[in-house]
Design a protein around this ligand. Structure first.
Ligand SMILES: *[C@@H]1O[C@H](CO)[C@@H](O)[C@H](O)[C@H]1NC(C)=O
Ligand SMILES: *[C@@H]1O[C@H](CO)[C@@H](O)[C@H](O)[C@H]1NC(C)=O
Ligand SMILES: *[C@@H]1O[C@H](CO)[C@@H](O)[C@H](O)[C@H]1NC(C)=O
Ligand SMILES: *[C@@H]1O[C@H](CO)[C@@H](O)[C@H](O)[C@H]1NC(C)=O
Ligand SMILES: *[C@@H]1O[C@H](CO)[C@@H](O)[C@H](O)[C@H]1NC(C)=O
Ligand SMILES: *[C@@H]1O[C@H](CO)[C@@H](O)[C@H](O)[C@H]1NC(C)=O
Ligand SMILES: *[C@@H]1O[C@H](CO)[C@@H](O)[C@H](O)[C@H]1NC(C)=O
Ligand SMILES: *[C@@H]1O[C@H](CO)[C@@H](O)[C@H](O)[C@H]1NC(C)=O
Ligand SMILES: *[C@@H]1O[C@H](CO)[C@@H](O)[C@H](O)[C@H]1NC(C)=O
Ligand SMILES: *[C@@H]1O[C@H](CO)[C@@H](O)[C@H](O)[C@H]1NC(C)=O
Ligand SMILES: *[C@@H]1O[C@H](CO)[C@@H](O)[C@H](O)[C@H]1NC(C)=O
Ligand SMILES: *[C@@H]1O[C@H](CO)[C@@H](O)[C@H](O)[C@H]1NC(C)=O
Length: 819
């Protein structure tokens, strides 16, 4: 139950949330939501070619020789090097050399950033001149015993690669190799690099063979040995196809009943909301095993079950990867995931991701039993529309207990001694014999790959919604009473509720304790003391400034007129709403400031301004306007679809009514990706209630007539306003235009009259004339008309609107044969 907004300075924020918390079966699925905007870049990265004087590349990895290295940031303790004098043809250079330790010794790496590191050892037991298969040794690091009594005998498939995830702090990271008495230790290559921030989540459900035990906290300080990494329903994925150079193997060998499941594959694009890039490669999510439904119907198989071999009486971190690549419709499939048949978790992809083909994952800590297996099964739930289940990927990591019995750095703060730097050559010839003198050729390290493969180009990886509930605790005080109550805003996808009898949450003054608060000094710095030159907008609420935070992030700073008490409600509503919803098509809040009676909201900066500004020139009173847009019809449709997705999420995911949908509240980023903004008037559309009685707020020209008549606010009020926006997009004119004959003033009335005559094309933006496919226009016109129906009940949902708009886009692109 924790929400963890990283400070605004961080490029990445993530929230850990547990789901299903209050439900009878007490299942807690802890998942994480990852939000970030910038790429994952590596600072501390070591790839070491042990015992080699030269550097070598294996697929996309560049390993640096550790002999006479020019580097001052790692060191090698007392040891010798050995070079295979009879390598099999084709053996990679990386595996033709090794470092040998005849007594306890170490590698040391300079670490400049705290975090979880991926650490891999490569062992390739060549036999000449030293038979490395005779080695017997321990490896430990940071007080964790990584390998004990380890030897690489009888391996038919070298190299043997051992992978760990280890929490490491700034300083010198020492890896100790300790040979058993009268034996030696060796290693061919070492990798150590910082994993992405979201690699491990801290608190997850703790599952024992007897069922759920509670929450396991403190994973971030744990070390793990990766035991299984499975691409369910797919092929082997090699390190070069994984951002973190991981290998994924197929699941078939672990499935108990081969007939119980079928492989399925997806050839489309995964939904960009997924954080697939860091959790697992797309190819993991694009394949899956699905329950063999036919058999299931004839009651032979109720589920598909895998058994993964593990050590007895040990503890594992299990990450299960999902991506619904089956559903035609987003909420078709809900299924049970079970671990050891006792613990059952409900997996509801729609509820987690809101869209099909969106990757997500679930994390568990699992105690193993005496069987030597962890059993994982997936089977349908009776209430699911589609009686099936699926699984895309799985990782099992053994938790390594800390042990005091291992060497700790004698002087962790010492700096590493720089080895005398000698020139090196590359690649190394096969026949060099230990101890080879370093040849004195000029330094030729130019073969180094220039591209940093971690510069995941353009990867705004987006949002993995894998979670469900957050408790944000706020102290709320009713404006006109001294009663203080604790209300937990349960963010089940965003629905706030205060445990009080009345429904006056909107009149309460809440002092928020979210991690989004920014000091006033930071705001002054960002806006250059509210320099009038950086004003980008102005309205009744105050001014909007362009700014840059100290971390370089571009922001829009909305400052309410200082000193005025008005707008406090909207200010707080917006913070509450925005702090708990995250969506690609909703503008995100970066911070706020309420120091010194200021009411300042800081948003992500949207380079291309409002939709209205892109469509037409409009003076403030909307009395005059002229089209100016050069947006293509496709671009306009994309913008409408994106806005519809944002509103759909707001309605169904967060259960919030926007109340002020209009073209000035749809903003565009530098790629013309649309996001809905301004949640100051938003209201929770509380689950059971179909409407909320309220005073009329909103913007003239966009107001739902039903709302106007009945004072009842529903989700369909937003749909109405969105219908007006659709017409604005089509006609490039404001919702209300005063400089025209009376019957043309109100865009909705005027355009619908043309639509009813079947002549909508007569009023489209002149720029678009002749460029819209008639079928696409017809679909679009129908969609707008449906949105603008008099009675809310007759209007479509935002999801249906989104679908119709996609259909209009398909028709425009002639992806669908004409009707
Ligand atoms: C180690 O130092 C070398 C040069 O001294 C530098 O090129 C490399 O990036 C450094 N590596 C790390 C992980 O700091
Ligand atoms: C790293 O972690 C240690 C202990 O948790 C802390 O004292 C130190 O400040 C951290 N360093 C950085 C750079 O975050
Ligand atoms: C490792 O080997 C030593 C003897 O060489 C033995 O005492 C110890 O029990 C072994 N440990 C494990 C975990 O196998
Ligand atoms: C390796 O094989 C030899 C015989 O071929 C056997 O004696 C030894 O126990 C095996 N070692 C391991 C670790 O399996
Ligand atoms: C290696 O580890 C094993 C098991 O943890 C331990 O029994 C043994 O004493 C260690 N060997 C050395 C040489 O430290
Ligand atoms: C269902 O299973 C039966 C028996 O295994 C098989 O004959 C039939 O073809 C299957 N039907 C489908 C649609 O796969
Ligand atoms: C697991 O191991 C611990 C000690 O390592 C022991 O106390 C415990 O009884 C074991 N549990 C089982 C179920 O074997
Ligand atoms: C899976 O199905 C088998 C029978 O095929 C059943 O024994 C087992 O209990 C089921 N497991 C779950 C978790 O439903
Ligand atoms: C999502 O799950 C919660 C709890 O299981 C449920 O109350 C809610 O109705 C679900 N939402 C949808 C849209 O299915
Ligand atoms: C799915 O899990 C629920 C408990 O969460 C259980 O009541 C139900 O029987 C399970 N469904 C099947 C088909 O096993
Ligand atoms: C369930 O999904 C499968 C796709 O694997 C599809 O063939 C089937 O028609 C779906 N059934 C229902 C009831 O939607
Ligand atoms: C939209 O943003 C791009 C990138 O910043 C910029 O080149 C373009 O001029 C902008 N267009 C408008 C209409 O502001």
């Amino acid at each position: 139950m924790l929400i963890n907004f990283a400070s605004a300075g961080k490029s990445r924020q993530w929230l850990m949330m547990s789901m299903d918390k209050l439900h009878h079966h007490k299942v807690i699925l802890t998942l994480l939501l990852l939000i970030h905007s910038s790429d994952y870049a590596l600072t501390d990265k070591y790839l070491i070619n042990s015992g080699s004087i030269s550097d070598t590349a294996i697929s996309t990895q560049y390993f640096v020789g550790d002999v006479d290295s020019c580097s001052s940031n790692f060191s090698v303790g007392e040891s010798s090097r050995v070079v295979d004098d009879n390598p099999a043809p084709g053996t990679p250079f990386l595996y033709r050399t090794a470092r040998i330790f005849r007594k306890q010794s170490s590698y040391g790496f300079q670490i400049t950033q705290n975090g979880t590191y991926v650490v891999r050892f490569h062992f390739y037991p060549f036999s000449t001149p030293t038979n490395l298969a005779d080695a017997l040794f321990n490896v430990s690091a940071n007080g964790f015993s990584l390998l004990s009594n380890f030897s690489v005998q009888n391996t038919s498939n070298p190299p043997v690669i051992k992978e760990f995830a280890i929490p490491i702090e700034v300083g010198i990271f020492m890896i100790y190799f300790t040979p058993q008495k009268s034996f030696f230790a060796f290693v061919n290559a070492i990798e150590a690099f910082l994993a992405p921030e979201d690699f491990i989540s801290d608190g997850v459900s703790h599952v024992t063979p007897a069922g759920l035990k509670g929450t396991y906290n403190g994973l971030l300080s744990q070390a793990f040995h990766i035991i299984h990494r499975i691409n369910v329903g797919g092929f082997t994925i090699t390190p070069s196809n994984d951002l973190l150079w991981r290998s994924w193997t197929p699941d078939d060998g672990y499935l108990f009943l081969p007939n119980s499941a079928n492989n399925i594959a997806f050839y489309g694009e995964l939904n960009s909301l997924g954080a697939a890039a860091n959790s697992a490669p797309d190819n993991v999510y694009k394949t899956a095993k699905e329950l063999n439904i036919n058999h299931s119907r004839s009651s032979i198989f109720f589920n598909m079950t895998w058994g993964f071999d593990v050590n007895k009486n040990s503890t594992y971190f299990v990450r299960v990867h999902f991506c619904d690549i089956i559903s035609q419709d987003v909420d078709d499939i809900v299924f049970n995931l079970s671990i050891y048949n006792q613990f059952i978790d409900k997996i509801d992809p729609y509820n987690i991701t809101y869209h099909p083909a969106t990757p997500f994952h679930g994390d568990y800590v699992v105690d193993s039993d005496d069987s030597g297996y962890v059993n994982i099964s997936a089977g349908p739930r009776s209430k699911s529309l589609n009686q099936t289940a699926f699984l895309n990927g799985l990782e099992i990591m053994e938790m390594i207990k800390r042990s005091g019995a291992y060497p700790v750095p004698s002087n962790p703060n010492k700096t590493l001694q720089s080895a005398p730097c000698k020139p090196r050559k590359t690649p190394e010839p096969n026949k060099t014999v230990e101890p080879a003198p370093a040849p004195s050729k000029p330094n030729t390290l130019t073969s180094k790959p220039k591209k940093n493969i971690f510069a995941i180009a353009s990867s705004v990886v987006g949002v993995a919604f894998v979670l469900i509930l957050i408790g944000v605790f706020m102290k709320c005080r009713k404006a006109n009473s001294v009663e203080t109550r604790e209300c937990s805003v349960l963010l089940y996808g965003g629905r706030p509720f205060c445990r009080t009898n009345d429904r006056t949450a909107d009149t309460s003054v809440c002092s928020l304790s979210l991690g989004l608060k920014l000091p006033f000094s930071e705001i002054l710095h960002a806006t250059n003391n509210f320099n009038p030159k950086v004003i980008i907008g102005e309205g009744g609420f105050g001014k909007v400034y362009r700014g840059t935070l100290r971390d370089g992030k571009k922001v829009a700073v909305k400052r309410r007129q200082p000193g005025q008490g008005q707008g406090l409600y909207e200010f707080q509503t917006e913070i509450i709403v925005l702090s708990k919803i995250r969506h690609r098509h909703l503008v995100s809040l970066i911070g706020y400031c309420d120091e010194r009676h200021e009411m300042i909201l800081v948003y992500e900066f949207m380079e291309n301004g409002t939709l209205q500004d892109l469509l037409y020139d409009s003076s403030e009173d909307c009395s005059t306007s002229s089209p100016r847009s050069e947006l293509s019809w496709e671009q306009r449709l994309e913008i409408c679809i994106a806005s519809a997705m944002g509103l759909d999420y707001l309605h169904r995911g967060a259960r919030i009514i926007h109340r002020d949908v209009k073209s000035t509240n749809i903003l565009l980023d530098e790629n013309y990706v649309a996001k809905v903004a301004d949640f100051g008037l938003s209201k929770s559309g509380d689950g059971d209630q179909t409407h909320i009685s309220t005073d009329v707020k909103g913007s003239f020209g966009y107001l739902d007539p039903e709302y106007f008549r009945c004072m009842q606010l529903t989700y369909k009020s937003d749909v109405y306003s969105f219908g007006v926006v659709l017409l604005e997009v089509l006609c490039s004119r404001p919702a209300i235009k005063r400089s025209v004959p009376r019957e043309e003033m109100n865009l909705a009335e005027w355009a619908i009259s043309w639509q009813k005559k079947g002549q909508l094309e007569k009023i489209v933006d002149p720029f678009l004339v002749g460029k819209i496919n008639p079928n696409s226009l017809r679909k679009f016109g129908e969609t707008a008309e449906k949105c603008l129906r008099d009675s809310g009940a007759d209007r479509p949902t935002m999801r249906e609107v989104e679908r119709d708009l996609r259909n209009a886009l398909d028709l425009q692109q002639a992806r669908i044969p004409r009707e």
